[in-house]
Design a protein around this ligand. Structure first.
Ligand SMILES: [Zn+2]
Length: 60
């Protein structure tokens, strides 16, 4: 008897605690990382705009 990945149906070792194969686990983690990076870069942009408006002033 063996376990199968909930997402892609790939066979996974019975010892695995998750119901996802390593591949899908990595994918899930990748999405979290991607979203985190997106939020972070958005914050950076907002921060740049705010600091620019405060100290920089208009260039033209
Ligand atoms: Zn899978």
């Amino acid at each position: 008897m063996s376990k199968f990945c909930k997402k892609c149906g790939k066979e996974i070792p019975l010892s695995s605690k998750e119901n996802l194969c390593e591949n899908c686990q990595n994918k899930r983690f990748g999405i979290v990382r991607k979203v985190g990076a997106g939020v972070l870069s958005m914050c950076a942009v907002v921060l740049a705009v705010v600091t620019k408006g405060k100290s920089g002033g208009p260039k033209a």
